[in-house]
Design a protein around this ligand. Sequence first.
Ligand code: GLY
Length: 384
Amino acid sequence: MNGITYTERWKQADRLEDILPEVWTALREKVDRMIVQLGDKSPHVAKDDGIYDDMRLDWWTSGFWPGILWIMHEMTGEARYKDAAWGWDEKLEQKMGMDNNFHHDVGFQFLPTAVIKYKLTQDADARRRGLQAANFLAGRFNLKGSFLRAWNQEKTGWSIVDSSMNLSLLFWAAEEIGDPRFDHIGRAHADTVAGKFIREDGSVNHILSFDPQTGELIESLGGQGAGPDSAWSRGAAWALHGMANTYRYTGDVQYLHAAQRVAHYFLACLPEDAVPHWDFRPEGGLEGEPRDTSAASCAASGLLELAEALPGAEGQLYAQAARRILLSLTRSYATWDLPVHEAILLEGTGHKPAGQNVNVSLIYGDYYYVEALAKLMGWKTRIF
Ligand code: GLY
């Protein structure tokens, strides 16, 4: 390449399409290095030293690294990715059988492990594990309030927008065993997301607190956003991608429109380089506020779902927006030139109000970056 590195060349690229095959090759090489670097770790956060931590298995992020491996396996046909991914759903099941803190995020954990494994290999144990997780998630449904309960220690009436992404587990189970109960619960929670979490302007609430006895909505809480009326960018990404997935499973256009409403708000709020700040309207303005690359990659993948749902010019607008975000992540927020760094993306923000994991690498940011690029490379199986 005449002494010019990939990354120098990418800095000059205006269109992701022009560099996509070589970015994909570099990403494969990166994942190959990660297999060696990560070993048996369950990665969640990498801070300044670039070394991923080893988080406990019941933490909500334990599915993302195996999810990257399963996508790579399907895209390449190479067994080593499958070999590295194979045991994760069994480990999660073992954790489920002992003292643990699993909650509504079993979708994030079992979709990229058990469910994708079953889809790709027809492994009967993986299917059983996926269905068990779906049963567990369905059991968190509050009938009066029509919502899935979020966490365990917090109030029983709390529901959070992140659950939008876990609904695919219910829709998959409904199709897999032909039992519409899972579909009913998925749609009922999705209605609450579309009608109560997503605001008129397309921004979203993070936490809604309901009376668990009567189902009455009590209040909105800031959660991981800047405040009850602010606009947490990753929450918007969860809603955008989650509602687009819900449309794919149900064919009900109200979910498509909900995803579009969030997408329009998200895109309108992006800064010039298309990578969002952690909240779109923090008190005091955006000056000096950190970015969140995980919101960027998750939203990009959700925008590609919208593009699939809407063939023609309208869909192409969403695909173009996704490519713009991914080009910026590729050129300015990735670790290509840092071979000892164990993550793919830099500058994620986990929980700014709690002062946790600000300006770090986050495994879910990495996962959705891989997922989105795989979609652009023609990957058709879906995890979420
Ligand atoms: N689901 C937790 C988060 O987005 O940080």
